[in-house]
Every structure is written in structure tokens, then in C-alpha cells.
Design a protein around this ligand. Structure first.
Ligand SMILES: Cc1cc2nc3c(=O)[nH]c(=O)nc-3n(C[C@H](O)[C@H](O)[C@H](O)COP(=O)(O)OP(=O)(O)OC[C@H]3O[C@@H](n4cnc5c(N)ncnc54)[C@H](O)[C@@H]3O)c2cc1C
Length: 463
């Protein structure tokens, strides 16, 4: 089989590559290969079972049309400062311009017109003053909040649009590897759900496998000498507090992007993915590693706000396996929780004791992830990361009084694997001719908007 453009992965990066080609009138034959299912067939059984059942062969939360975007909170970050390192590759101005364009496509497919985090300047000034006092940087980032359920409607509309415009999408089909001849990428080998393998040849091969496909891409890079460098990993916790504690920041900014470099290590520590009235959730990686995440619905609201606190780890020689390192931390935490996520009260961490299940009911705060096991996350968290988290929470308390209260909940492990960074030029060419790597698996993005706009840029380059 021969196509003009082969796209591996139907997450935002892959989708927007195809979408831009179609919307700009390209007649190229496009095929998308996606190991998960179509968007309407993605159903996480947890709403019925109340606990994660580790779906096989793939987790519905992270695979399938729209990738990790479908069940995400759908927060589109409208600033080049948030969502990845792409500005370092193509320039901040270009990225900001592309955010504007890509945002207009989300609006075209039904995104809410409201933008959070703009207009209330006096309140923002007050939050910034407190951040300065706490040695934290407040990043300005307007947010368009799709909401988990609305995000699915938008991506469904895009899926139908692509299909109606002749894009072939093969679901439940996995890309095994790429076909390389004389240093040129000629195609890919796929396997369907029966295990049967087929080769597809194409002029351009775009790999957009997401964070979930990071291990696979790492293997493909190693086997085919695709130039790449070890990436960053973030190790941290998901923090949950009552909405009352976060009320001001939630109302004014919706999402507070705060960055600090707490003593003594002075590593970068930041807040990430804030969900006012949201729910803490569990996702499972292929090897059954359970990690914590969070999301919020447009309509259904809890009494709590959750957000991640992440410490970035960049390793130096001779160590070059950051993803494996983070996984070990996660596995150790899972082991202590008998395969489940751990949750601990901040006060217990400071007191040097585990949290007992009955103690959770002593608080104003009721956990939104009831199947997390009360325990001791400090028994698995590396000293450096734990110290960074504790000191950062104390700094946050100056911006958000009550954040460092005894009852504040810390869920673990919250891990972000940012994939090895594939070396590319500004046209997204790797050192292997006709091969391009996009989105989170390329190591250059880590958010919906940045992955989407990288897809748009790729689509334009393939016109
Ligand atoms: C629970 C959750 C909440 C999030 N919330 C937000 C948020 O609010 N805002 C935000 O900006 N970001 C959020 N993110 C991150 C965001 O979803 C990702 O940054 C974004 O989806 C990355 O897009 P992508 O196209 O690079 O990869 P992905 O969305 O991960 O898509 C990659 C696709 O490739 C497929 N794939 C992988 N390997 C193969 C293979 N070998 N063969 C075939 N198919 C393959 C996968 O099944 C997947 O569908 C969230 C992520 C999660 C998990």
C-alpha cells in the first residue's frame, strides 16, 4: 500500500497535521494509524467499576482518537511560555502566532468562547505581589477551558470531518516500526488486532505517538540511529485542597502557573494542571504503572481543587535513562500502595508519620479519588524531590493561605515523562530523510495546544 502522508498516532499532533492538510485543500492521500479506538468507542469502565481495571490492550484514557486529549481537562494554554520547548526550536513569536491560528480551529469546532485569566488586572497584580514575596514566578497564561465532556464533542466533530474528507484512519492498529532504506524512511510496518502485519509505504512519515508512545519511539530511535537526546522527567505529587482555599486564584486565573527554585537544591519546581472543582484521577501505563492525574468537568463540580507540583530532573553523564528512573519511583510507590496510588496528609508528612485511612475523615477535605490508599509517600519519594515539594508548598502558602495546612492531601506518584528530545530542524526533519516526529513523543511539546500547533505547522510543511 502506498500513501502520500502516513501519520502514526491520532492525538492532537497527528490530528492537526491531517486537519491542516485537508483544510488547506491538499489532495494528498493521508492515512492515520492509531492503536486505540475511535472516540465514541473510548469508554473508561471506571465510572461503573469505581476503580481502574487496567484495560487491555490499551488504556482508554490515553489511547484512541484525540489521544490523551479526549479525557483531559481540555485546558488550552494560550501562551508560548506553557506547554513545551517548541519555542526554542522555531521561535516564541512563531509559536504565539500559531497559537492564535490553532485556537481559531478549536473555536471553529465548538470550543467555548470564554477565556480564563484575563481582564481582572488588580487581582492578578495582588497575586503576583504575593508570588514575588514567596520567590515564585507567576506566568501569564490565558486559558481556554474545553472541559472533559466538551473536549470529546470537539474531537468527535474533528474525527468525522477528517473521515468525511477522505482521511483514512485505522483504529486498533499499532505501528511496529519504520521501514528504512539507504537512510531514507520509506514507510512503516503495522499490526492489526489479529496480530497480522502489513507494510505501508509513504512519501512522508510523521510519528506522533504521545507520551504513551515515548518508550516505543525511544526504541525506534535507537534501532534506526535517529538522533535524539535524553529528555527531562518531572516527579511530583498531585495536591488537593478545598475550593475555599484556592477560591481567589481559581476565580481570577483559573489556573495558576507558578514556578520556584526552592532551597537548598534550587531545582525548578512548578504547579501544573490545576482543576478547580475537579477530580483526582488514576491512569495506568502499559506495564500497569498507576500514576495520578486530575481533570475537571464543565458542569459537574467537586468541593475540591487539585493541581500537580512537579520537580524537573535533568540528569548528567553517565546516566541517560530519565524515564526508567521516574518509573522506578512510581513502581516503588505502587508497591507500597499494593498496586494503588498513595495519598497522605501534608501534616503527617511534616510529622514524619503515615496517614491512616480513618484519619482522612478528620478533615474538611474529602478525597475525590476514594481508591487511593492512605499511606506514606515519603517512603518512596527521593529525598531531593520530597524536599523540593515540601519547600514549594510552604512558598505556595504565602500566595494561597491554607495551602500548607495539615489536611492538604498529596497523591503520588505524579510523573511526567517528556520523552527523549528528537533532534530536528525548524521544518521538523529528523536526520532520517522523510521522517518527522511531532507532539509529546518528540520531546518538544507537553500540552494540548503546543502539540496541536506543532501538527498544524507540520501540515503546512507537507502541503
Ligand atoms: C489525564 C490527562 C489530562 C491532561 N490535561 C491536559 C490539559 O488540560 N491541558 C493540556 O494542555 N494538556 C493536558 N494533557 C496533556 C495532553 O493531553 C497531551 O500533551 C497531548 O494530548 C499530546 O498530544 P500528542 O498528539 O503529542 O500525543 P497523544 O495525545 O498522547 O496521542 C498519541 C496517540 O498515539 C497513539 N500511539 C502511540 N503509539 C502508537 C503506535 N506505536 N501505533 C499507533 N498508535 C500509537 C496513542 O494511542 C495516542 O492516541 C493531559 C494529559 C492527560 C493524560
Amino acid at each position: 500500500m502506498k500513501k502520500d502522508v502516513i501519520i502514526v498516532g491520532a492525538g492532537p499532533a497527528g490530528i492537526f497535521t491531517a486537519l491542516e492538510l485537508v483544510q488547506k485543500g491538499s489532495k494528498k492521500k493521508i492515512i492515520m494509524i492509531e492503536k486505540g479506538r475511535s472516540i465514541k468507542e473510548r469508554v473508561c469502565p471506571k465510572s461503573v467499576t469505581n476503580k481502574c481495571v487496567s484495560c487491555k490492550p490499551n488504556c482508554h484514557i490515553t489511547t484512541g482518537f484525540s489521544g490523551a486529549g479526549a479525557f483531559s481537562d481540555g485546558k488550552l494554554s494560550l501562551s508560548y511560555e506553557v506547554g513545551g520547548d517548541l519555542p526554542n526550536l522555531v521561535g516564541a513569536d512563531v509559536v504565539q502566532e500559531m497559537i492564535k491560528y490553532t485556537d481559531s480551529i478549536y473555536l471553529q469546532f465548538g470550543a467555548d468562547t470564554k477565556i480564563e485569566g484575563i481582564g481582572v488586572t488588580e487581582e492578578i497584580k495582588d497575586i503576583r505581589r504575593k508570588a514575588i514575596n514567596a520567590s515564585l514566578k507567576l506566568v501569564d497564561c490565558p486559558i481556554r477551558h474545553l472541559g472533559t465532556e466538551k473536549a470529546q464533542d470537539i474531537y468527535f466533530a474533528i474525527q468525522e470531518y477528517l473521515l468525511a474528507n477522505g482521511v483514512e484512519i485505522r483504529f486498533s492498529t499499532e505501528c511496529e516500526t519504520i521501514i528504512l532504506e539507504d537512510g531514507v524512511c520509506k514507510g512503516i510496518v503495522i499490526s492489526d488486532k489479529t496480530g497480522e502485519t502489513t507494510s505501508i509505504y509513504g512519501d512522508h512519515i510523521v510519528l506522533a505517538a504521545g507520551r504513551r508512545g515515548a518508550d516505543w519511539l525511544e526504541k525506534v530511535c535507537a534501532e534506526n540511529d535517529i538522533a535524539h537526546a535524553p529528555g527531562t522527567v518531572d516527579i511530583g505529587v498531585r495536591v488537593e485542597v478545598r475550593n475555599e482555599v484556592m477560591e481567589k486564584v481559581n476565580d481570577v486565573l483559573y489556573e495558576s502557573k507558578l514556578i520556584g527554585y526552592p532551597k537548598p537544591f534550587k531545582n525548578k519546581v512548578r504547579t501544573f494542571c490545576q482543576n478547580p472543582g475537579g477530580f483526582v484521577s488514576q491512569e495506568n501505563y502499559d506495564n500497569d504503572l498507576a500514576v495520578v492525574n486530575g481533570h475537571s468537568y464543565k458542569d459537574l463540580k467537586s468541593n475540591n481543587t487539585n493541581l500537580a507540583i512537579l520537580c524537573s530532573h535533568n540528569f548528567t553523564e553517565p546516566f541517560n535513562q530519565p524515564i526508567e528512573y521516574a518509573k522506578k519511583v512510581g513502581e516503588l510507590t505502587n508497591m507500597l500502595g499494593n498496586g494503588q496510588l498513595l495519598v497522605q496528609r501534608f501534616g503527617d508528612i511534616l510529622d514524619g508519620k503515615r496517614t491512616w485511612p480513618k484519619e482522612l475523615s478528620h478533615s474538611n477535605l474529602v478525597p475525590t479519588l476514594p481508591d487511593a490508599v492512605a499511606g506514606d509517600i515519603t517512603a518512596a519519594m527521593p529525598y531531593r524531590a520530597m524536599t523540593n515539594i515540601i519547600n514549594f508548598i510552604h512558598a505556595m502558602d504565602k500566595v494561597v493561605p491554607g495551602f500548607a495546612s495539615d489536611e492538604t492531601l498529596l497523591y503520588s506518584p505524579e510523573l511526567k515523562f517528556y520523552s527523549n528530545k528528537v533532534k530536528m530542524d525548524t521544518d521538523f526533519n529528523t536526520n532520517v530523510k522523510n521522517l518527522h516526529c511531532l507532539g509529546d513523543s518528540s520531546g518538544w511539546t507537553r500540552g494540548l495546544m503546543m502539540a496541536s500547533l506543532m501538527g498544524v505547522m507540520m501540515g503546512r510543511k507537507l502541503l
